[in-house]
Structure formats: structure tokens, C-alpha cells
Design a protein. Sequence first.
Length: 191
Amino acid sequence: MSEQVENNEMEIKMITSSDAKEMSIETLKSEQERYNKMANEFGELTKTKKYTVAFDDIKDAKSLFKHLEKNVKWTHADAPLYVAAYTKLKDAIAEGLNDSNELLIDGPALNAVYQLLLKTEGVGFHSVRDYMSLLTNTGEGISNAMRKMIEDQNTLKSIHTNLSVLDDETNARAMGIQVEAEPVVEIEQTA
């Protein structure tokens, strides 16, 4: 896998249908191959990538784990999500924090922990105080990791969007169809 894909340092320039129409057949095929490869490599990476969640101390990570263990209500629909998040968080805590005081959590587990924190319910002052303290100690690290995961998902979406534009143009050419680009319509504004 290329280092660029692993580090998500790709800059994806969006390809418009007009851009694809201007490409030679060789360039079109080359770009399709490149984006297919990128989609496969980056898609595989996002399935296994672990995101770093910063904690001041392992105690904060353990408090998050305890919260999931004791305070999160679950339903039949989210039981698998709950079990996966719990198990993966338990495994990550067992591995401990890295040298930068970060816990490594894979994307699906990170998303599950985030979703479970959002649906937390409680009763009474002490419960809400403990929850707010937990969010204060863990919320920033989880939010930052979620932002990184969303960036990765948006990169993958951009790759697939470009691939779709290239595929559409290739298919249109194969069928002998030439679709004209829609003209830009300027709307006159009245003051």
C-alpha cells in the first residue's frame, strides 16, 4: 500500500463531467485505473485503521470503559454495536496508552463509543455530574479522533465520486453517447 494512502496525505481534486469529457481515452482509462486502485487501497485501510484518542491518563480511558459497562442503556437494535464497542475498548485499554498518551481504537469501535456516549441517559445530580466529568476528560480526544475518521470517510467518498464521473464518461463513450454539459444559467437579481 502506498505511503500516501496510509498517511491519508492525498489531495483529491474533484473531477467534473466536463473534465472527463476533455480527457483522451487513454487518460480516461489511466485515471480510472488510478482511482480504482486508490479506492481499493484506501477502502481497505479505513476498515483496519486505528484512530488515536488522547487521554491525560489511563484512568480516564478506564472511566470511559466503566461508563459503557454500567451506565449505557441498550436496545435490541444496538446490542451488537454495544458489544463490539465494549470489547474493542476493553482490548485497547489492555494494550495501554502509547508514548503520546493515546489509545488506539479502530473506526467502527470509535464510532460506536461516540454514538453510545450521545445516547447516555441518567437520573439525578450525581449521575449527570459524573457524566459531565467523563465528557470533560474524554470528549476532546474522542471528538478529535472522530474528526480524523470523518476526514478519511470524506476522502473515500471523493475518490468514489471521481471514479463514478470517470465511469459515466467511459460508458457514455462506449455507447456512442455524447452528453453536452449543461449551460450555466445566470439569474438576474432585482433589488
